[in-house]
Ligand binder design. Structure first.
Ligand code: ASP
Length: 331
């Protein structure tokens, strides 16, 4: 099967952040919010570059900005599970050390990516992934305040939940059908001035998901991965992304010498063929890849993907397939 999405290469040498706010049929009405959220994240990337933040800290800051914006399915914009609660997953990886941290199914953290960052640092070989209350206890021990679940619920998602409850049969995997409900996970890849790489991702998961459901986003190799040479992050149907080990395969293929754009197209296509939704549709996702030198690549086989790129001096973003990159040069 030929690649049935859109893709490209982007970026130049030097510090670069590639970030996304989900891949799905983002409606026109949601474009302003998504653009604003991406713009904030790109500004955060540039301030991390000016602070000479290491890639892993820059990625944490970018994803924390996306978690805090509210437009996306992460942090305070997350979608509710069937029990009417927020359950968040996040993870990140430092390319140079291979260390990673991930938290999953957490209910009381406004910025799970920051806790994942601390776990990477302080897990000391005892834990790199923590779930639920264990993750929250770790967070408290490391100075992250716990918040009431209720305070993470925004009005938009409260309404979506009410609508799902009113519908006779809602299947959370339906959000990955071509024109369906949101999948607004966020993620970032960063290459810093020293050529270090990091990958990070954060999500509220799928709308109306089963309580306890965990997707690809907190799992290294699935929703994110980074080595000294290449970093990758993904968004889309988590069950398929994890099964296909999408990000580690992307990183390995680029490390082996394949062109980043060829790799993202090939892997999204093979995942689409291998994993089929119960309603017969192939799995869909978006994928970003960033090598330690040279341009990065992006691709999606969903109707739209909200994504952006920041260098020290320039930013660009795109959402619609038909929109050319809107390059903006800060004055
Ligand atoms: N990959 C996420 C998950 O399955 C959803 C998304 O990317 O929007 O939890």
């Amino acid at each position: 099967m030929a690649f049935a999405g859109v893709s490209g290469t982007i970026g130049e040498a030097g510090p670069l952040a590639l970030l996304h706010g989900g891949a799905w049929a983002i409606p026109d009405t949601a474009l302003p919010d998504h653009r604003e959220g991406l713009a904030e994240a790109m500004a955060t990337a540039q301030s991390a570059f000016s602070d000479a933040a290491p890639a892993i800290d820059a990625a944490t800051r970018i994803v924390a900005a996306l978690e805090g914006h509210g437009a996306f399915d992460a942090g305070c914009g997350a979608m509710l599970n069937r029990a009417g609660e927020i359950e968040l997953d996040a993870g990140l990886m430092d390319g140079r050390t291979g260390r990673y941290g991930g938290v999953m199914a957490v209910q009381q953290l406004a910025h799970p990516i920051r806790v994942a960052r601390d776990l990477l640092q302080h897990g000391n070989g005892q834990a790199a992934l923590l779930a639920g209350e264990g993750a929250e206890a770790f967070a408290e021990r490391h100075g992250h305040p716990l918040v009431a679940n209720e305070t993470l619920i925004c009005e938009r998602e409260r309404q979506r939940y009410a609508q799902h409850r009113a519908e006779a049969a809602v299947d959370s995997s339906d959000s990955f059908l071509p024109n369906n409900a949101p999948s607004d996970t966020v993620g970032a890849l960063v290459r810093d001035a020293e050529g270090r790489l990091a990958a990070a991702t954060s999500t509220g998961g799928t709308p109306f998901k089963w309580p306890g459901r965990v997707g690809d986003s907190p799992l290294p190799g699935a929703g994110y991965y980074a080595t000294e040479d290449v970093a990758a992050c993904a968004t889309g149907w988590g069950e398929a992304i994890a099964g296909h080990s999408l990000c580690v395969r992307a990183v390995d293929a680029v490390s082996a010498g394949d062109a980043p754009q060829v790799v993202v197209e090939r892997l999204l296509t093979s995942m689409h063929e291998r994993y089929t939704h119960p309603r017969g549709e192939g799995a869909r996702a978006g994928l970003l890849v960033l090598p330690a030198s040279g341009p990065g690549a992006w691709a999606f086989i969903t109707p739209r993907m909200a994504w952006g790129v920041a260098t020290t001096t320039r930013t660009a973003m795109a959402i619609r397939r038909e929109t050319p990159l809107d390059l903006r040069h800060p004055s």
